[in-house]
Design a protein around this ligand. Sequence first.
Ligand SMILES: [Zn+2]
Length: 240
Amino acid sequence: MEFTEAIVLKSIDYKDSSKILYLYTAKGLQSVIAHGVKKMNSINRFLSQNGNLINLTFSKGSFPSLKEGELLNDFPEIKKDILAYTYLNHIMELVNNTISEDSDHPKMFDFLKRLFVLFNEQNDSEILSFIFELKLLYFLGYGLNFKHCNICNKNEFLVFSVDSGGLVCKEHLNLNQQSYNSDIFSLLSKMYYLDINEYENIELANTERVIIRHIIDQLFEQYVSFKTKSRNILLQLQKY
Ligand SMILES: [Zn+2]
């Protein structure tokens, strides 16, 4: 039987001793029942924690069950850091709730695996999440324009506006639209285009983090209409 690599996005208790695992694989979202996984002697006991990368086989059918499984990486450094772990869960909630069936799953799955390694190497989890969220917008079909005015194509006197989904020139900015200058949109653009395989540390000042967090929240509210539970926990942890 063929093994499938999967990220455990979420697991919930099912009956007395079982769990349902919500997985993401290179073929998309997949849920499986892990029978008896909560028993002390179950060999699959250590697989079901959120954020684990596992290898598994499962039965066919509409509600498949886990057969064999092995832990590939439990990313231990992430789980020691409450902020990093909350950001990781924020990302996994987004994957579980916004990605459609016909997406380019092999690409997203590879991206996530690389991202989790960077998290585990203790890179800045907030910045990694910003990068993921900006790229997710593109992946979901809401690509941002950082090249020229959305309306007239001019490329000077530009500002970024959430309502416009990118840049507009000052002439085409509505008076009631909030806008951000190049000091902010150049940072957004840098993260949006960053190649995750050539990740280098990005420096952000605290005020820049607050503004960028706000912009990304606005983008998701406006275009995706989805907010994670983890986002509320982050608000409690970080106060913004
Ligand atoms: Zn314009």
